[in-house]
Design a protein around this ligand. Sequence first.
Ligand code: CA
Length: 227
Amino acid sequence: MKKVLVLEDEANIRSFIVINLSRAGYEVVEAATGEEALEKLQQHRDVRVALLDIMLPGIDGFEVCRRIRAGNTHIGIIMLTARSQEMDKVTGLMTGADDYVTKPFSPAELTARVDALMRRSGAAEIPDGEIRQPPFLLNTRNRTLEKNGQRIKLTQVEYAIIKMFMESSGRALSREEILDTVWGKDYFGELKIVDVNIRRLRLKIEDNPTNPSYITTVWGYGYKWGF
Ligand code: CA
């Protein structure tokens, strides 16, 4: 699962962020101080994006950003800035942040920023080449899928769909979005091709394909991976 670190000393704001990112399918690591954030990043080396508040009791968010960047260039960093502190944005970007969000922000805005950064940094790819979502294990290096340790034979298209699902766990994906990602934007086929492939995929991976629990239908929209 895609992991995000949230550094925020105010408990109510922190839990607001955590709840919304979890809902969007992210695994969230929390920290209330800069020191704690740096420690947690040592423990969770697969964190792909960090959200850093600036005003904190110990070292501030800029210093945390600087220290992260000293040893890690690939993690995405978003600063949480206050509306009254215009200069924060510039300073944040100078210290190595990739983006900033101004408080107060909506859940949709926050999620969109994190999603964008995940994509931009190519972060969806887990470094060791595996995405583990029991009972499934996707190996992105040799493009294989296992369920409960048993290899499931997939076509390249089915593999691409599963990978997209596992990288967007818990988020509803529109059929158009799936078509664009898997078949490419210049594909001139019909949306129906998505449904046909999903149907076949369900036969391969679901415990009960007529009552699917892994790939669920979002009526009038598309599909969702999540359980
Ligand atoms: Ca604060």
